[in-house]
Design a protein around this ligand. Structure first.
Ligand SMILES: O=C(O)CCC(=O)C(=O)O
Ligand SMILES: [Fe+2]
Length: 360
């Protein structure tokens, strides 16, 4: 069946150069096409769907290596494959599949993917000991593959909300101008901080005294208005902490004080992104989340009350796609409400400072 398909396609002259090929070259070409068809047919059988439904003839940003699997017999390592693809512009990462003969490569745009495919498809690859990769574009409407690509190893942290581009470029510029012209910075460990509304007691790690000017700085207004529109039932934020993290610095693992502060803690990232490390204090599970520049992060529920968070003091971050990103100086703005009676009623009593740090 495969042989027949192949002879027809070659004799129809689908490969324009076939008439110029020597017998030997034609035999080799036939062998390659046979292998390619075999890989495609295996996928069609596993997926119970026709090739045309699974793959697209137009470039998409998702490539499927139809004959490359990871680990196991005949499998290659993730390192080998990422080394081959990471030299191409727009390479974002790879997704392995468990127990399936194919794998996926993700690019930023369809044209990035197309450049890599043009260079590598059906060409002997030195890094794979001369083996050829058969590469197809994943059809964006083929949900079975798209879901595998998008969800395979995304870890959700309950209660964590991340909104990218919450702050506009113009707003960021304005806030940074004001922040950098402020003179009242307080050194805390290797970073410097500013407090508005209430101070922060770093010895007890809880809310400090009410400050004379309770108003938050007016450059925060556009962000507060946008927050109000998105979360209309959220109470007014009363405390703002601004932190400047020079390259190489961070904040040790902590939970924002349960009794001092309300159920929603918000942190904006300005000037540079950073990886924040979250740890579930019951299971010790650690999850790294990339906080993009101009993003909003909200902590509520589990992640607010039962996970610690930290920015590790280091000069670079390892991203999910295996790339190392150099750190740049980062400004964060943390908004909190203050519990009037300093009492926490959360559902994690064993992790709550009302029991752990109860003062005599
Ligand atoms: O730098 C940040 O984004 C978060 C800072 C933080 O965790 C805090 O102020 O409690
Ligand atoms: Fe915090």
């Amino acid at each position: 069946m495969i042989e027949n398909d192949l002879s027809t396609s070659l004799s129809k002259g689908e490969n324009n150069n076939s008439s110029l090929l020597t017998r030997n070259e034609l035999r080799k070409l036939k062998k390659v096409q046979l292998k390619k068809l075999q890989a495609q047919q295996v996928i069609e059988r596993i997926e119970k769907a026709p090739f045309k439904k699974i793959f697209s003839s137009e470039p998409t940003q998702y490539l499927c290596l139809t004959n490359i699997c990871f680990g196991g017999i005949g499998g290659v390592t993730t390192e080998k494959i990422s080394n081959i693809f990471k030299s191409f512009n727009g390479y974002l990462g790879l997704k392995l599949t468990h127990g399936k003969p194919y794998s996926f490569i993700i690019f930023n745009t369809p044209s990035d993917a197309s450049r890599a495919r043009e260079t590598l498809n059906e060409k002997p690859c030195d890094d794979l000991d001369g083996k050829m990769m058969f590469i197809e574009y994943v059809n964006l409407t083929y949900n079975n593959f798209i879901n595998q690509i998008k969800n395979s190893d995304k870890v959700e942290i309950p209660g964590l909300i991340l909104i990218e581009d919450f702050i506009t470029v113009k707003q960021e510029k304005n806030i940074l101008q004001h922040v950098y012209s402020t003179k009242s910075w307080i050194p805390v460990q290797d970073r410097i901080v500013l407090h508005y509304g209430y101070s922060f007691n770093y010895d007890l790690n809880e809310v400090g005294t009410k400050l004379s000017n309770l108003e938050l700085p007016s450059y925060m207004n556009p962000l507060l208005e946008k927050l109000n529109k998105l979360f209309p039932s959220m109470p007014k934020f009363e405390q703002l902490t601004i932190q400047l993290y020079p390259v190489g610095t961070g904040i040790p693992p902590h939970m924002d004080h349960h009794s001092s502060f309300g159920p929603n803690v918000i942190a904006f990232s300005l000037e540079n992104p950073v990886i924040m490390e979250f740890k579930n204090l019951k299971t010790d599970k650690v999850v790294n989340i990339d906080l993009p520049r101009r993003s909003l992060m909200m902590l509520k529920d589990d992640v607010r009350y039962a996970w610690s968070h930290a920015v590790r003091a280091r000069k670079s971050d390892l991203l999910e796609n295996g790339q190392v990103r150099e750190r740049g100086q980062r400004i964060s703005l943390t908004l909190r409400t203050v519990n009037p009676d300093r009492i926490c009623k959360c559902s994690w009593p064993e992790l709550c400072d009302r029991n752990i740090n109860s003062k005599s």
